[in-house]
Design a protein around this ligand. Sequence first.
Ligand SMILES: *Cc1c(COP(=O)(O)O)cnc(C)c1O
Length: 227
Amino acid sequence: MHFQDLPARLADIRGRIGLAAERGGFGQHVTVVAVTKSHGPEAVRAAFHAGLADVGENRVQEALNKMQKVDVPVRWHLIGHLQRNKAKHIDRFTLLHSLDSSRLADALSDVGRQRGSPVDVLLQINVSGEGTKGGFAPSELALEADRLARLTGVVLRGVMTMAPLDASEEELRRVFGGAREGRDVLARAGHPAAELSMGMSNDYEIAVEEGATMVRLGTTLFGARDT
Ligand SMILES: *Cc1c(COP(=O)(O)O)cnc(C)c1O
């Protein structure tokens, strides 16, 4: 895989994001998180040189291996499930998008307290209710917001969600709108929850129309993954 056309693809994507944000009317800034999973370190370098400073990986071990092989100063986002026994590795990441259980929150809070600076997290919300997806149900948010407020080692920066793969536009809007409402529940509970991480290659324009502040893009930037 070669990445020479990445700057052109990114320019097109940024144009689409700008138009979608105008249509949505939320006035938000949108950060593109370049999802480099299954690609080598050259994808991270290409992303950085194209102007992308945020990189997303969904497996801790793959990310740690890649970090050793790149020297460009990108921010690493963990966007996949984090096992509690690997919580300490969050040290290497700028943001966890996928806080999906109370027990993981407890483990991360311990890490944050031990290192003396809290861990930034997004709460993963499962709006569609699909059994294969992790995260909290919208009905659990208010209670979890209270619990998280008592953990001094984590800071709740917002929410993340994933839409079903083959969702209709109507379903996408229901899922993304539900995540936006979830974020607003957390913010009203007093958390600094400004971020809304939603939208992947197939659905990011609708996500931005619905208020996304972070889109996680892999395929549309780097081409199809072979794994
Ligand atoms: C792989 C992945 C993405 C990127 O998916 P694309 O469809 O390739 O853009 C985004 N978010 C998460 C959580 C992922 O695992």
